[in-house]
Design a protein around this ligand. Structure first.
Ligand code: AMP
Length: 582
């Protein structure tokens, strides 16, 4: 397919915020694509060239892109720089200077999706001596052959500035609309996507083998599975009422890891499906030694553990193991214990389709309990009292609380279900749970904070129905000086001039940012608010009272943030707790 067609649709997509309109635009584009190109097209729509877990990222610096524009157009670097300063958008600048070429190259070829994608892929993967020059040439080759709005799209894409607003869910909807005219196939497509985390692969299978191919998909070792998530209830009694006799596990406050063993290959992924294998040589070794089958996928929570005092260390300590440099030294200084809690696949069998009790039995059988990998602590509770005793014991041991699990439930990848219910230690005067909010804007500092250029955050929760972020709190407390500096640096990089189209807000921060950074907040309670747009009905929404920053969650995606629906549930939960305590 000609790349110019893709650009026209991308232009239209940048102009619309309506999910329905985006779906229709994509479905039309897909209808003109064949099975040999659809995978590449889907990645491009996701703003990527390969699924996240492969670690292949394009991210070309603006300076290199400017050099490629200069090479392709013959315009001087200073001229490009000047125009860019004026427009603030390197894509527009590229389009402007390339349109000024008086003579088009005689050897100009029409760009296809395959050509553009293949050059992007080479740019992302080439390394070593001379690779910078090759990258510039590969990009310039595309620019020389581009026309109309193609230069703009190409440059925005390689510099990570293409803002299509396509959530994965919209792409899944569009694939369904393509075949049936409705969204009816979305659940099947989504299930397959949640099991493989590769939307390009799903689209390709769908084009080749239709729904039958999609329904046959089971987990693939080395492809991360999107994690199952926990619901919450107010107390032990509510949990037993909901689940009856259930299994209760200790809730460790570390980070969730998904471990894949495929013969001698071991891969470890974060809950966001990022590759983390290189960060945990100690865990890789332990997986090779303690997992007794050839292929397996299992999940666990990694937490720093102090051998001397036999105690769990706080999240702030555990998180220091997430690093690119000095990995081995840190592994010795802060050893991790991985508490394995879920088995998803073993030697060709899809355990996501087996009830919890079977998964657990198999997990205990194939993973040898050892020093580094241990089975998560588990009991069976028939009564609220039994659950409460275990909860108190976990909290006394410095853990976060418990997760109760329905013994008969299947593992539903990527979904928040009552198959898992969390109960956390709650401090008096605090919400029953923390909130994972997305930063959508920030305020400049006043007084002492001026030196950091940082005064606080405007945060939002996620509405998964409309794929928008709705504001819930302005957060000005809980920051260390180091964090202020960090926020200032990090947010400046993702600042945008106008309110992003997927943000709903009635207030205007000093600077808007693209919604991508997640922070954990705690607060006294959820209150009704005329200002914030979360759960806004008529003129009243919901807001956090006295919000404080507790953690920066680089391990979560914006779409993993607390949802608007969860806030409404928490608000109702809070009312019940208040009524009960009154
Ligand atoms: P939350 O992030 O507060 O919604 O709680 C759910 C998270 O608890 C999961 O994503 C895991 O990272 C973590 N967790 C800790 N211990 C367990 C456990 N035994 N079973 C399941 N999840 C656990």
């Amino acid at each position: 397919m000609q790349f110019s067609k893709v650009c026209l649709v991308f232009d239209a997509m940048e102009e619309t915020a309506s999910r329905l309109a985006l779906t229709d635009l994509l479905a039309k584009l897909f209808s003109e694509t064949d099975k040999t190109e659809v995978k590449k097209l889907v990645y491009l729509c996701q703003g990527r060239i390969s699924p996240q877990h492969t670690g292949i990222e394009l991210g070309m610096g603006e300076k290199l892109a400017e050099q490629a524009i200069s090479l392709a157009s013959g315009a001087k670097a200073e001229e490009i720089e000047k125009l860019y300063k004026k427009s603030g958008d390197l894509g527009n600048t590229a389009q402007e200077v390339l349109a000024k070429r008086t003579q088009h190259s005689l050897t100009q070829h029409e760009l296809t999706i395959a050509k553009v994608y293949d050059n992007f892929y080479k740019i992302a993967t080439i390394s070593g001596q001379g690779s910078q020059d090759t990258k510039i040439k590969l990009l310039a080759e595309l620019l020389v052959n581009s026309a109309e709005t193609e230069p703009k799209t190409i440059i925005r894409f390689v510099t990570g500035r293409l803002r299509l607003g396509t959530a994965d869910a919209t792409i899944l909807d569009a694939l369904s609309v393509l075949k049936t005219g409705t969204k009816e196939l979305r659940p099947s497509l989504e299930r397959a996507y949640n099991l493989t985390s590769d939307l390009g692969l799903i689209a390709e299978i769908f084009y080749k083998d239709g729904l039958t191919g999609i329904e046959k998909i089971i987990p693939i070792p080395l492809n991360p599975i999107r994690p199952a998530l926990a619901e919450r209830l107010a107390d032990a009694a509510a949990i037993i009422e909901k689940l009856g006799e259930c299994v209760v596990e200790a809730k460790y406050d570390g980070f969730r890891l998904q471990c894949h063993k495929d013969g001698d290959n071991v891969a470890i992924y974060s809950r966001k499906q990022e590759p983390m294998t290189h960060m945990f040589p100690d865990l890789v070794q332990a997986i090779k030694q303690q997992v007794k089958v050839k292929t397996a996928i299992f999940e666990g929570e990694a937490i720093a553990f102090d051998e001397d005092t036999q105690s769990y260390l706080p999240f702030q300590t555990t998180i220091t193991r997430k690093r690119k440099h000095g990995v081995s030294a840190k592994a010795k200084e802060i050893p991790l214990v991985l508490f394995a809690f879920e088995l998803l696949y073993a030697d060709g069998i899809d355990y996501t389709q087996k009830p919890f009790h079977e998964r657990r039995q198999k997990l205990e059988k194939i993973i040898k309990n050892g020093k580094i990998i241990q089975h998560s602590k588990i009991i069976t509770a028939k009564t609220p009292e039994q659950l409460q005793i275990f909860f108190d014991e976990c909290v006394a041991n410095g853990l976060e609380g418990i997760i109760a699990k329905d013994v008969n439930a299947l593992y539903i990848a990527g979904a928040r279900k009552f198959a898992w219910i969390k109960l956390k230690r709650s401090y008096q005067g605090n919400l029953a749970d923390t909130i994972d909010a997305v930063v959508v804007g920030f305020y400049r500092g006043k007084g002492k904070r001026t030196e950091f250029g940082f005064g606080g955050l405007l945060t939002a929760v996620y509405d998964d129905e409309s794929n928008t972020f709705k504001t819930i709190a302005k957060v000005g407390t809980g920051f260390t000086e180091e964090q202020m500096q960090w926020f200032n640096d990090t947010l400046s990089k993702i600042a945008v001039k106008e309110k992003p189209k997927n943000v709903e807000s009635n207030i205007e921060p000093d600077l808007w940012v693209t919604p991508q950074l997640v922070v954990t907040l705690t607060a006294d309670e959820i209150t009704r608010s005329p200002t914030h747009t979360c759960a806004m009905k008529n003129v009243e929404g919901l807001a956090l009272r006295f919000p404080r920053l507790t953690q920066i969650r680089e391990d979560k995606n914006a779409t993993d943030a607390t949802t608007e629906k969860e806030i409404v549930d928490l608000f109702n939960l809070q009312k019940n707790i208040q009524l009960r305590d009154a």
